[in-house]
Design a protein around this ligand. Structure first.
Ligand code: AHR
Length: 499
């Protein structure tokens, strides 16, 4: 099969905001405890954080980490996680029916995030708390000193403010499962008032209002419109969440689910622009896709969990090769929409629907889905070029007109390279992929890495990690055209040096 992508140096979508390579650490299951933090582990540092996990997080190069929830945050008192560890309370976490020990809180997490070179994205509790707690935490984190909360932070060991720039105004407040679930009117009002006082404490912060928990919520679209009616001038981003699965084992439809993500993004952009027009506003609302991933493998196992344990193994999806291919397609979709999607968080980072797994007291390893994100986060920086792709399409049970090739090109001006990310969705055919570089002098292909050739259900475990990228066959250059063979069912990264 043949396919052709044309990219032109001057036809840009936008610059990639590095926060698009975000992830998420929730106090849920073993994400924090026995995930990033495990005092007594052979690699634990003096603060109790695992160095083996830190090394993998750095390799992933995630730029931005949402914390501390998720559903957890809607019942969380942030003050429980500050001060001497021995006096921190153990609490019932009603979201996940576990016991939260509060050994890790703001200070510990902020210090750890700095060590892995990631920015903290802090979600406040708008489930059980109010605007008072919202303004206090901003004062605690970002005010220099000379006030009650900022001086308490200094007393607790952080002389310098944490300078947290991006804040989420609650989590999934449209969902009946949420502690303190609200109607769009109720949420819109409290989010606007919280936003006002938080920005009065620190006008440099940026705020994310909650959109729908997913696009199939019965209130989807009207929720967004109502929430933005109240918050439009106070917030900077609207959130989107979406998880995918392949419970019917229909691979052709599964790999096309990025089309659903694309439609979802476009619908939310339309709603934002409708409110902008209605309000005669000059401001453009950007999107924070702050939860996205594959999530379905662990559903049955999680039904059997006993309540009120400390850090039980929940939401521990073991990802296979087809999941990595879909994650690749979803990443490409986020990049295609980078003019509006400025933030995105793969949910989550360790153990809980995560690219990194750990064993308590044992090893840490990379799941199959680690690789597309690691490739994109390490090499997908610069300007995204609008891709013109000429490619055969297929129909599946759920989607029609699905292109066999999903691809994007990112021009990294500083490095003098264009990096192509491409997925071949064909089950059995190699695609001879021509990439025509208009407005560039193509110098050489410096790297061509692929994830391919595995059984679609192959997984990585602590014992064996068969699903890892390898160098691909060499790509050919002819004038301005690079031709790369994309193997059937493959994720590919092609780095091309250009002038
Ligand atoms: O990421 C797991 C959960 O999914 C989060 O806690 C919640 O926000 C979403 O429903």
């Amino acid at each position: 099969m043949k396919a052709k992508m044309t990219v032109n140096r001057t036809f840009a979508i936008d610059k990639v905001d590095p926060r698009i390579y975000g992830t998420f650490v929730e106090h849920l299951g073993r994400c924090v405890y026995t995930g990033i933090y495990e005092p007594g582990h052979k690699t634990a540092n003096a603060q109790g954080f695992r160095e083996d996990v830190k090394a993998l997080v750095k390799e992933l190069n995630t730029t931005f980490i949402r914390y501390p929830g998720g559903n957890f945050v809607s019942g969380y008192n942030w003050e429980d996680g500050i001060g001497p560890k021995e006096s921190r309370p153990h609490r019932l976490d009603l979201a996940w029916k576990t016991i939260e020990t509060n050994e890790v809180g703001l200070h510990e997490f902020a210090a750890w995030a700095e060590e892995v070179n990631a920015e903290v994205n802090y979600a406040i509790n708008l489930g059980t708390r109010d605007i008072d707690a919202a303004r206090n935490i901003v004062e605690y984190c970002n005010h220099k000193g000379g006030s009650y909360w900022s001086d308490l932070r200094r007393k607790n060991g952080a002389e310098e403010p944490f300078k947290i720039k991006t804040w989420c105004l609650g989590n999934e407040m449209d969902g009946p499962w949420q502690i303190g679930h609200k109607t769009a009117e109720e949420y819109g009002r409290i989010a606007a008032e919280a936003a006002k006082v938080m920005k009065w404490v620190d006008e440099s912060i940026e705020l994310v209002a909650c959109g729908s928990s997913h696009s199939e919520m019965p209130t989807f679209a009207s929720w967004e419109a109502t929430v933005l009616e109240h918050t439009y001038e106070h917030v900077d981003y609207l959130s989107l969440h979406r998880y995918y699965g392949n419970p019917k084992n229909d691979l052709k439809s599964y790999l096309a689910k990025s089309i659903d993500m694309d439609n979802f993004i476009k619908s939310v952009v339309a709603i934002c622009d409708y409110v902008k027009a209605k309000k005669h506003s000059k401001k453009t609302m950007y999107l924070s896709f702050d939860e996205w991933n594959v999530w379905y493998h662990s559903h049955e196992a999680d039904k059997k969990n006993e309540p009120w344990q400390q850090y039980p193994p929940i939401l521990e999806d073991i990802y296979n090769f087809e999941d990595a291919l879909l994650v690749g397609c979803l990443l490409i979709t986020l990049l295609k929409n980078c003019d509006r999607v400025k933030i995105a968080c793969l949910a989550q980072l360790v153990n809980v629907i995560a690219p990194i797994m750990t064993e308590k007291g044992g090893d840490a390893w990379r799941q199959t889905t680690f690789y597309p994100l690691a490739h994109a986060a390490n090499y997908g920086l610069g300007t995204v070029l609008r891709p013109f792709i000429d490619c055969p399409v297929y129909d599946s049970e759920e989607f029609s007109g699905v292109p066999y090739v999903e691809a994007i090109a990112v021009h990294n001006e500083a490095q003098g390279e264009v990096v192509i990310f491409a997925v071949n969705r064909s089950l059995d055919e190699v695609v001879d992929f021509d990439i025509d570089f208009q407005g560039f002098d193509v110098d050489s292909v410096t790297a061509f890495s692929e994830l391919s050739g595995f059984d679609v259900k192959a997984v990585n475990t602590k014992a064996a990690a068969p699903v890892t990228p390898a160098g691909a066959l060499s790509a050919q250059i002819s004038g301005s055209v690079v031709t790369a063979p994309l193997k059937p069912l493959s994720w590919n990264m092609i780095r091309v040096a250009v002038k």
